[in-house]
Design a protein around this ligand. Structure first.
Ligand code: IPM
Ligand code: MN
Length: 403
């Protein structure tokens, strides 16, 4: 064996792979092909555990995922890769979405408090303002990252129920309260926002902005988006944001109410860099913002916590397109890119960092050079053809870098 053939002693990254429902499965198979390629052509290796899950799995088996899956994700994986969760009519007996244990149980149970959702328009990609392919924004004008609080707010009670299910515990008892002035049947969701929960995600946003500042070599502002003119939870959120602004004077800070912010995203995206929002506002604003980057097929995400991380495309399972091999795999592949970057950062792994750069370059150059695209971006290529085109670009770059 010459020097080059000596295997690196570095252990493999342990990945929990959860394709989930509908088109989640199709985009996941593109991700898996890419992982196999990186394993073959770089010093990195993965130990992959496939876990079936979601609403469809529930309809077939009566379980949201096999027993022990939560524990596997918690105790034996370095990162979790998720396709999509949610299937029409797949409901638990209490009415909650079936499969929620996977996505919401993991977000809550693993304290994945920062949901990082980049909104970036690649050169060559048409955004979808007006619902048609017409270029209004220059790609340079759309490059922001939304950071959504992921463990409390309006999702709190559902997150908690899902975490309890994942841990095999009983649901919290339902507390009935009276709402003076309201008659008849009332359903409501509490929206608790805590100091601790706000501090950790706002601290993350400041650290993230500083990191981006260094990486991009230009100043990054942080915008706090809330509804503090109306709700107490948001008043606390903004108060904490201001405390951080006071002690982080190197970062420019801005504030907005969510209603006005929805106009701002569409009218002046070039003014936004890092944005931090409470849970439900972040859910809504990221779907809206995806229009600026070419739609949901382009929207990737990372769910990060103190010890764990989960990566997923923001689009759902798109039942209408499931099984047709037509949806855009880029959101998934970009989520894999985010996973490489985050794992490399945590493990201080230079080789994996190179892989992250390679995948980024492959996606960027694919669009810049007018590579094939799926229907949502105005093309007619299939999911697997686009996946293959990205893989081909990665292969070339991997050979240049590692062989
Ligand atoms: C998302 C999704 C989820 C959410 C659903 C599937 C529970 O819309 O990740 O944005 O509401 O958070
Ligand atoms: Mn959503």
């Amino acid at each position: 064996m010459n020097e080059k053939q000596v295997p690196l002693t570095m252990a493999a990254y342990r990945l929990a792979v959860l394709p989930g429902d509908g088109t989640g499965r199709e985009v996941m198979s593109e991700a898996l092909k890419l992982l196999a390629l990186f394993e073959e052509k770089s010093p990195i290796s993965f130990e992959i555990k496939h876990i079936p899950c979601g609403g469809q799995y529930y309809l077939e088996t009566g379980d949201e995922w096999p027993k022990g899956s939560f524990e596997y994700c918690r105790d034996e994986s370095d990162a979790i890769l998720l396709g999509a969760i949610g299937w029409p009519d797949a409901r638990l007996p209490n009415g909650d979405m079936a499969g929620g244990q996977t996505i919401l149980g993991l977000r809550s149970g693993l304290r994945l408090y920062a949901n990082v959702r980049p909104v970036k328009l690649y050169p060559g990609v048409m955004h979808k303002v007006h619902g048609v392919h017409k270029q209004v924004w220059d790609p340079k004008q759309v490059d922001m990252v939304m950071i959504r609080e992921n463990t409390e707010g309006l999702y709190h009670s559902l997150l908690r129920r899902m975490e309890q299910r994942a841990l095999g515990q009983k649901d919290d008892p339902i507390v009935i309260e009276e709402f003076p002035g309201l008659d008849g049947e009332v359903a409501w969701d509490p929206r608790p926002i805590s100091r601790k929960g706000s501090e950790r995600v706002i601290r993350f946003a400041f650290d993230f902005a500083r990191h981006r500042q260094k990486k991009l070599g230009k100043p990054q502002s942080i915008t706090c988006v809330d509804k503090s003119n109306v709700t107490r939870g948001c008043q606390l959120f903004r108060k904490i944001f201001r405390e951080f602004s006071e002690s982080n004077k190197d970062i420019v800070t801005k504030e907005a109410y969510i209603d006005a912010f929805t106009m701002w995203i569409v009218r002046n995206p070039e003014q936004l860099d890092v944005v931090v929002l409470p849970n439900m506002f972040g859910d809504i604003a990221t779907d809206l913002a995806s229009v600026l980057q070419g739609g949901m097929g382009m929207a990737a995400s990372a769910n990060l916590g103190p010890k764990h991380m989960l990566f997923e495309p923001v689009h759902g399972s798109s039942p209408k397109y499931a099984g047709k091999n037509v949806v855009n795999p880029i959101a998934m592949l970009q989520s894999v890119q985010m996973m490489f970057e985050a794992l490399a950062y945590r493990a201080e792994d230079k080789n994996l960092d190179k892989c992250a750069d390679i995948l980024q370059k492959a996606i960027q150059s694919h669009f810049e050079e007018g590579g094939i695209v799926t229907y949502d971006l105005g093309g007619n290529a299939s999911t697997s053809e686009v996946g293959q085109a990205i893989a081909d670009r990665c292969e070339k770059l991997l050979i240049e870098e590692f062989q």
